[in-house]
Design a protein around this ligand. Structure first.
Ligand SMILES: [Zn+2]
Ligand SMILES: [Zn+2]
Length: 176
């Protein structure tokens, strides 16, 4: 959706709740962002790649006129697969870091605790460490450090979190 909103005749800004698919949290959960859809109170599904766009795809010039075009696969979606949004439908956000996590990533590195020996099993620990602290912890492993500083997220086994004293620090709760 573009930056400007056309108000809905009855619903005004028409705020919608969101479902956060932020990969940091690793799970669908209620987002804390509202999206104002205004008059664009519908969704459109690309017939080719099936990606969903709330408010419909943006128009791009093509074939001599402005057409609604899928940003992922470039299919022409003009007038196709439009469905009204349900009154209480929650919008599924793209699988990108949400506003909250993006903020933490600016402040430092997000540490997520996982079960020893099973990196897919999140145990719910969530801390934000300053870069300086992470540099100290990974002093002997420059490759891993460079990778973590780039990705801004680091999975850490429970026993390591405990050794570092993180488990005694205040946990930021996540619904994992
Ligand atoms: Zn597509
Ligand atoms: Zn997030």
């Amino acid at each position: 959706m573009g930056g400007s909103i056309t108000l809905h005749r009855e619903k005004g800004l028409n705020p919608k709740l969101t479902v956060c698919q932020c990969p940091v949290r690793g799970k669908d959960h209620d987002g804390n962002e509202l999206v104002f859809v205004g008059a664009r109170d519908y969704k459109q599904t690309c017939p080719k790649c099936k990606c969903v766009c709330y408010g419909g795809f943006d128009r791009k010039p093509g074939g001599g006129s402005m057409r609604k075009v899928c940003p992922k696969c470039d299919a022409d979606c003009e007038g196709l697969n439009k469905e009204p949004l349900g009154e209480y439908e929650k919008l599924r956000m793209p699988p990108e870091p949400c506003g909250e996590c993006a903020g933490y990533m600016k402040q430092g590195i997000i540490i997520l605790s996982v079960k020893d020996g099973d990196p897919d099993y999140r145990t719910g620990g969530f801390w934000v460490l300053k870069e300086e602290a992470v540099k100290q912890i990974m002093d002997g492993n420059p490759e891993m450090l460079a990778d973590v500083l780039k990705r801004r997220v680091c999975l850490m086994e429970d026993s390591v979190c405990e050794k570092l004293g993180l488990t005694k620090a205040v946990k930021k709760e996540v619904d994992a």
